[in-house]
Design a protein around this ligand. Structure first.
Ligand SMILES: NC(=O)C1=CN([C@@H]2O[C@H](COP(=O)(O)OP(=O)(O)OC[C@H]3O[C@@H](n4cnc5c(N)ncnc54)[C@H](O)[C@@H]3O)[C@@H](O)[C@H]2O)C=CC1
Ligand SMILES: C[N+](C)(C)CC(=O)CC(=O)[O-]
Length: 492
């Protein structure tokens, strides 16, 4: 944890909007300045996509978001901030001037991060008040999902500033890579640029189209890179003899005429037209926002899969998911959940792929939300739901869903849960899904969950601790009237 509650953002383009989304979804307030007259609309579009992706990646994170304030100049964006992140266009003169002004308006002890992809912090910090507090915090797009942030100090940057910046980035679920020395382009952009340069040559020389270059990556090495990177992958490619054998066998090829890595093809108008035209064909009719959602879906799937392995980026996501869940539970406890009332443990919003042709939430998604509400109840009484899916745990054996109203795209919703019955192996619950804005009910579900052993596939008693928690809720709720729909069957 850090004591950073409010973040000042300068620039709200592709990267600044991504920072805003990551901070807001981690419960931090954001003050953002961007002179673009369309900033409000663009921010909403990015935030919509980010919410959708973040909820899929961290379904237990709760619905608490920070507050976004759009301001009309740099000073109010930084005056009350505990941390400032600059995401201005990649122009040294602009970054120097704005950082100089912002550093005079912000508190003395506030750390500044710059999103630059390759400018040197020594150059950017020159005119700042308190130049020792500037670090590069180079993120990756989309900032709200990609864990990596390269942290690099300049000649004047203090170790303390780098340490504090890294702690902040970690607290919002990122993986800071601490660079030992200042270098143009940092580490990841140097690697990506080497690949990009070679890719441009392949298209330039007519050897492959933009689509074929991308296929060569996404059906092949890109899959391995996402979890092991280059060196560990190549170590395995050396067989039992490992890296030394790999170097001996493939090292000499570095001198063969395979690559043109030191050269860049000239970006003539004709060449840029060719790249842009092929790229348009590749994207087909998909808009940028649709492509972003496709990218986010895939990233969430990859990160979720890596999470199950607790490896690489999956370990970062796993730790942060646990932290967000614990925070959501603590907030629920602090919010003074009254066990004698139907428990409000799950919040959500109707996502873009939750609706049918009429624009309303589908029955299948209602069931998914009720499943998430059951999971929230189980977590509330101390069940490690992710773990229980692998071993002993509750499985939903029966559900009776009743549709009462409609919920439209984007509608904020919440579920309340009443515990109707608890036995050693059985749990009967009644959920009601409401619209958050006016508390009108949308649907109900009565569910029977059975506690089973995944190995033997037989019912088995839940832990005493869990049963005690559930029985305590059932006892507190026993004076509630039986829900109107409970015990109904189809046709009743
Ligand atoms: N796009 C990318 O993939 C990545 C970009 N970066 C870095 O992030 C920084 C921002 O890049 P993008 O977001 O891609 O650029 P962008 O062009 O999408 O956004 C820049 C934003 O800055 C705003 N702006 C211009 N002058 C301003 C001022 N005086 N005060 C406040 N805002 C101002 C613009 O209106 C625009 O919305 C750059 O340093 C870039 O190198 C880092 C990682 C990835
Ligand atoms: C193209 N780029 C140099 C701006 C890319 C980055 O800096 C990081 C990324 O998101 O790939």
């Amino acid at each position: 944890m850090t004591d950073i509650r409010r973040v000042g953002l300068i620039g709200g383009g592709v990267i600044g909007a991504g920072w805003a989304a990551r901070c807001l979804l981690n419960g931090l307030d954001v003050d953002l300045f961007d002179p673009d007259p369309e900033i409000g609309r663009k921010m909403e579009a990015v935030l919509g996509n980010a919410r959708r992706a973040y909820r899929r990646l961290f379904p237990d994170a709760g619905a608490q978001e920070g507050r976004l304030r759009l301001v009309s100049s740099v000073e109010p964006a930084v005056e009350a901030a505990d941390f400032v992140q600059e995401s201005l266009p990649e122009r040294l003169d602009l970054k120097q001037a704005v950082l100089a002004a912002a550093s005079r308006a912000a508190g003395d002890d506030v750390i500044f991060g710059s999103s630059t992809s390759g400018l040197l912090p020594s150059d950017m910090q020159k005119d700042m008040a308190g130049a020792d507090r500037l670090v590069v915090g180079h993120p990756f797009n989309p900032v709200y999902l990609m864990p990596l942030v390269e942290v690099c100090g300049g000649a004047l940057t203090s170790e303390d500033a780098k340490r504090k910046a890294a702690a902040f980035y970690r607290s919002i679920g990122m993986h800071p890579l601490m660079l030992k020395q200042e270098i143009d382009g940092f580490v990841a952009d140097r690697l990506m640029e080497a690949l990009w340069r070679e890719a441009l040559w392949l298209v330039h020389d007519g050897i492959a189209t933009t689509e074929e270059v991308d296929e060569a990556i996404r059906f092949g090495p890109g899959l391995r890179w996402s979890f092991m990177g280059t060196f560990l992958t190549y170590r395995i490619a050396g067989g039992e003899a490992g890296m030394r054998h790999f170097m001996a066998q493939f090292g000499p090829a570095l001198k063969w005429p395979w690559t043109k890595l030191t050269d860049v093809p000239e970006l003539t108008d004709a060449f840029v037209d060719r790249i842009a035209g092929q790229s348009d064909d590749q994207a087909g009719s998909m808009s940028i926002r649709e492509l972003e959602r496709l990218r986010d879906n895939c990233l969430v799937s990859v990160l979720s899969a890596l999470r199950t392995q607790g490896y690489g980026a999956g370990a970062t996501v796993d730790r942060h998911g646990d932290l967000l869940r614990d925070r959501a539970q603590a907030a629920a406890r602090e919010g003074g959940i009254d066990p004698s009332m139907p428990l409000h443990l799950h919040d959500c919003r109707v996502e873009s792929d939750w609706t049918d042709h009429s624009g309303h939430m589908t029955e299948g998604r209602c069931l998914q939300v009720f499943g998430a509400a059951s999971d929230a109840l189980l977590r509330h009484v101390g069940v490690d739901v992710a773990d229980s899916h692998r071993g002993k745990g509750y499985r939903t054996a029966e559900s009776h869903v009743v549709t009462i109203g409609d919920a439209a795209l984007g509608e904020p919703l919440y579920v309340t849960t009443q515990v109707l019955g608890v036995e050693a192996t059985r749990l009967q619950v009644f959920h009601t899904l409401y619209k958050r804005d006016d508390d009108t009910p949308v649907a109900t579900a009565e569910q029977m969950l059975i506690h089973v052993d995944a190995g033997s596939r037989r019912p088995t008693s839940a832990d005493d601790r869990v049963l005690d928690g559930l029985n305590a809720i059932a006892a507190a709720q026993k004076f509630l009237p039986k829900p109107a729909g409970a015990g109904r069957f189809v046709g009743a």
